[in-house]
Design a protein around this ligand. Sequence first.
Ligand SMILES: [Fe+2]
Length: 311
Amino acid sequence: MALTQTQQFQPGMGLTTTKAPFIEVARSRGELYIEQPYELYSEENHEAWRRLYARIQDRWQRYATEKFLEGVSKLCLDPNRVPRLDDVNRFLAPLTGFKAKAVSGYVPAYIFFDCLRRREFPTTITVRDINSLDYLPEPDIFHDIAGHVPMHTDKRFADTLVRFGEAAHTAARLVQEIKDPELQVQRIISITRALARFFWFTIEFGLMRGRNGELKVYGSGLLSSYGEIAHAIESPEVQRYPIQLEWVINQYFEIDHYQPLLFIVDSFDHLFDLVDQLERWMLEGKLNNVAPGEPTMSEEDIRSFLEAVVD
Ligand SMILES: [Fe+2]
């Protein structure tokens, strides 16, 4: 006998990354954008958030760019409870127009970038398991809200994300003009790989020169990792270089260990200009044959570019 909605989703039953029936049901129904069912969070979920948030404070003070720290204070995040997206957006939207938008899981590449263009950030609402706070291959609400969203309070950074979404829009337009289906798919894969690598080495794992020349973190993958944020700055084994676009778009990466190679920008103006350059290179054909390797594009990712509305 099928369970009724109320039997399925009891208040406090949990929205844990590895166990969230609400998410499974939404995905099985093909619902990508969802409401955040706040009452489903368990006390354990809130405790996981509390511990994650408490232990990273000192590391943020030490390693994060000041724009991020300003963002954290502007968002007034509750240190003790999983945030409500509506509360976050009440502080965020008046600053840059950005909003966190709850999703049920993986968002195909074009749809993700297109959301950024509209100043919407697809946001995971599940919380990592309290017994594995350190490592998580997929995003959770701590990564998305504590790691990404404070950066979206900065006007120049927010404009850069929008510009990035526009570049993806240009990519979809370019590939949709190609008549040969085989060439079309090859192009989507190459261009999207370049965009994804750029996103990875900047928005997720970027470093920036601070006011006094010291290195600071602005990448969300680092900002939401207690271990890696320190490793990124302190470890002698990490290679850190001034960003070079030609390198980044040809550089593969792996997601299952600390990053051995990181790139440094001078400022968010610099980052914005790099997205402009990326789009120019795309239009000139320079992204048509980037080096093979990670990340791979799924059928869904490819389809999202082919089906994009680009008028
Ligand atoms: Fe992320």
